[in-house]
Design a protein around this ligand. Structure first.
Ligand code: NAD
Length: 508
């Protein structure tokens, strides 16, 4: 047993600055996807446990809201320094529970850290506005204030980065937080909770409730929770949005994706092939910004597919803790589901150019494959828009190639798709790229960039079924989401204004 496995054996909640076992008695197994071994169990909160954690956030709110910005940012800077110094520990926890390769886990932490760094500048971002003499001797000022306890509900695929899209800004703005991590890989959030305590964050400002639908439902209906940031699959995102808003909360619910890359005939095909392989198979395709559809325009498809296939075949699949390019999928059930999509695509007439259903992980004999949840890189050609490999989010290492005759056909395909998270175009023609960025109905666009995840001071978010709500994550949109506006109109010493006047006040 490794040191990391010892750390994750019993995973409780985190409430009022300490481990909290809860009373439900329910637990779920945590598995290392590279070996199939159960490495721990996570507590599943009941309603009473969830209420206890919410009560911790509620009790801590008034004092944290009234803590000066100078003191709050001192703690944020301390958290950033600790995270930067020790992020290797967090990355190892991610690899052990999620399966992604070590370098990818470290990159995820670094991208989350960008949001911490952005939130360190909250003083400037929370500055209000003031107008002197808006009316005669009347001044008007605006401020933004914290909401209260807020909930963050996150998916399995970015156990550190996705919660970090939200909590640094929420906390910096004076809110208290309850994070509900994915029950498949909760240890990263618990590690972060301890780091906050080390950085000097008062008890109760950052809390963790582990669990499933029971915990989520209580967060959605409990009146103490003022806002919900959710990231996960589209059906759950829609449910969270509808339930949370019906209970008077502001909700941003980021959902699933089906990201297309358009390759125009004038593109650098080697760059496009590298990009498709990196963005299609990185993290075994378990990224909401993974490219899962390559839209080959005109007569380049044969050459493009050849280049992609050659690269895909060279990838090393295996335990993410070792020297490999691609790790396993999150569960056995998910790996089986991905393979069943490949089967369905083949039956529907797609050409299986590279087949990951039979991969042998690096350093293992073929009969030890069953010990981990591995599916190798898979390339399907001649995919059409009726096939389930095209219509559904597979969330695995499967790249589908759709052949179209023109730019217009490529654009129509993307705009007709219900998802709108990310997309990319590969071309040497600036005019075509500019037209695409203007016309495509997708929230994040890459031009010769395959995974256009915005930096922390811009916002992250998709369109259509990829996001419910009207505010994207982080950047100034994040600051707006976690604060509410107040406008103060002030007049001092103006005897001329006295007297009875029932008319509606006018500015003069
Ligand atoms: P998921 O929807 O199964 O789970 C997300 C969260 O919701 C988890 O915390 C889970 O415990 C909870 N949950 C699950 N079922 C629930 C239910 N019935 N009621 C209430 N809560 C429930 O998603 P996942 O499998 O963990 O993550 C993968 C999905 O997340 C993919 O669809 C992916 O595209 C999406 N994702 C989107 C983004 C984005 O930015 N748009 C980012 C990362 C992941």
């Amino acid at each position: 047993m490794t040191a990391t496995e010892i750390q994750v054996q019993t995973i409780a909640h985190w409430s009022a600055g300490a481990d909290f076992a809860g009373t439900s008695g329910e637990t779920a197994p945590i598995t290392n996807p590279a070996t199939g071994a159960v490495t721990g169990r996570v507590a599943l909160a009941g309603v009473e446990d969830t209420r206890a954690v919410i009560a911790s956030a509620t009790a801590a709110f008034p004092a944290w809201r009234d803590t000066s910005l100078a003191k709050r940012t001192t703690i944020l800077f301390a958290f950033r320094e600790l995270l930067n110094a020790r992020k290797g520990e967090l990355a190892a926890i991610i690899t052990a529970e999620h399966g992604k390769v070590a370098s990818d886990a470290l990159a995820e932490v670094s991208r989350g850290q960008e949001v911490v760094e952005f939130a360190c500048g909250i003083n400037h971002l929370l500055k209000g506005g003031m107008t002197e003499n808006a009316s005669t001797r009347v001044d008007v000022s605006s401020i933004r204030q914290a909401l209260g306890p807020v909930a963050i509900i996150s998916p399995f695929n970015f156990p550190a980065m996705v919660p970090m899209w939200f909590f640094p800004i929420a906390i910096a703005a004076g809110n208290t937080v309850v994070v509900k991590p994915s029950e498949k890989d909760p240890s990263a959030t618990l590690w972060i909770a301890r780091l906050w305590a080390e950085a000097g964050l008062p008890a109760g400002v950052f809390n963790v409730v582990n669990g499933d639908k029971t915990a989520v439902d209580e967060l959605l209906v409990n009146p103490a929770i003022k806002a919900v940031s959710f990231v996960g699959s589209t059906p759950i995102a829609k449910y969270v949005y509808e339930t949370g808003t019906a209970h008077g909360k502001r909700v941003q619910a980021l959902g699933g994706a089906k990201n297309h890359a358009v390759i125009l005939p004038d593109a650098d095909l080697d760059l496009a092939a590298d990009s498709l392989v990196n963005a299609g198979f990185g993290a075994a395709g378990e990224r909401c910004m993974a490219l899962s559809v390559a839209v080959a325009v005109g007569d380049i498809a044969d050459e493009l597919v050849g280049k992609v296939a050659e690269r895909a075949r060279s990838l090393r699949t295996g335990d993410g803790a070792g020297a490999v390019d691609m790790g396993p999928l999150i569960t056995r059930a998910h790996a089986d589901r991905v393979c069943s999509y490949i089967d369905a695509g083949e039956e529907a007439g797609a050409t299986v150019v590279v087949d990951g259903r039979t991969v042998t992980p690096q350093g293992r004999s073929a009969d030890a494959v069953a010990d981990g949840f591995f599916v190798g890189p898979t390339v399907l050609d001649n995919v059409t828009d009726e096939m389930s490999v095209y219509t559904d989010e597979i969330f695995g290492p499967v790249l589908s190639v759709v052949r179209v005759p023109s730019y217009d056909a490529a654009l129509a395909l993307i705009n007709a798709n219900p998802y709108g998270n990310g997309t990319a175009i590969f071309t040497a023609d600036g005019g075509a790229a500019r037209r695409f960025q203007n016309e495509v109905e997708v929230g994040m666009v890459g031009i010769n960039v395959p995974i256009p995840v915005p930096t922390a001071y811009f916002s992250f978010g998709g369109w259509k079924s990829s996001l419910f709500g009207d505010t994207h994550a982080h950047g100034t949109e994040g600051v707006h989401f976690f604060t509410r506006g107040k406008v103060i109109t002030t007049r001092w010493q103006d005897p001329g204004q006295r007297g009875i006047d029932l008319g509606f006040p006018q500015n003069d």
